[in-house]
Design a protein around this ligand. Sequence first.
Ligand SMILES: O=C(O)CCC(=O)C(=O)O
Ligand SMILES: [Fe+2]
Length: 331
Amino acid sequence: MSTAAAPVRQLDAHTVGELREAAEKLLAEFGMSATSPGLLARIRETAAGFSDTLRHHCRPVDTADGLFVLRGLEVDDTEIGRTPAGWATAGDSGALYDIALLLLATVMGNPIAWEGQQDGRFVHNIVPSPGHETEQTGASSTVLLSPHTEDAFHPGRAHLLMLGCMRNHDHIATTAASVRRTRLTDADLDRLTRAVVPILPDDAYEAAQNFTDQAPPAVPTLFATDDGMTLRYDPAYTPLDDADDAYRAAYGRLSDELARVSVAVSLDPGEVLVVDNDLVVHGRVPFQARFDGTDRWLKRASVRVPGRRTRPPAEAAEHGYGQAALEAHPS
Ligand SMILES: O=C(O)CCC(=O)C(=O)O
Ligand SMILES: [Fe+2]
């Protein structure tokens, strides 16, 4: 893994001010709730009025890295208070940044929330939680969070994943690997674009894991678009034992390639990592949590981009294990 610099989009002071003032105004107007329908409507209005400069910084990912870092926002380490001990007790901690993230997300597309995840909130708190150290979820710490497509089990998953950093004293890196940087033989590409095995719901979705109404659909790992390859990948939740040897071997070579091209991005407070969830798989290095209120703390938003053609049309028929995402801005 390399720590090669991710493409950075630096916001100038004026544009940061524009974003911050808008977020402060909405927070003052709506109190502390980051998800009321009234607030969401005002977020949409406000984002529509943003300057061309701010909008330009929110343009789609435009390199094969499949990601960028928005830099310029500042986070006052004292003002934000203690890192919550878990998402369930986070409440409105850092609510200003929930709103700032939703404003940016709304410029990029339509933020989504899942009823079955973090109480249906549009912005998730990603913090290490005692008792969850070794899980394959964002609450883990001592294990490597292996590279995955976010919400890979679902056809309505995000096109973009945004991770905004509140605190990261120990410089713990998010990992990211773009399928557009991998090299695979035509034979492997051919195998991996076939629908052979399903991707099952991850441990963040208890209700989906109990869904037994219909069989899990087999889905392709890779999909060739006019603009290049996209991927849907979550090995920890893919029953590869059900695939034949040739498929397993090809999948293994894809995993090796993703590891080879993986970059480590250690976010500083105020930075927002934007990952194209169709091009890039992300994860996190293992770390020792502090559990003393000063732990690493990220805010996460998921965004759909209307009209994208990065996925196989057959996805439209998938049941999504009974889960549905809520869109912040009804179309
Ligand atoms: O903690 C991180 O850097 C990433 C965690 C993750 O996979 C996520 O938030 O979706
Ligand atoms: Fe993730």
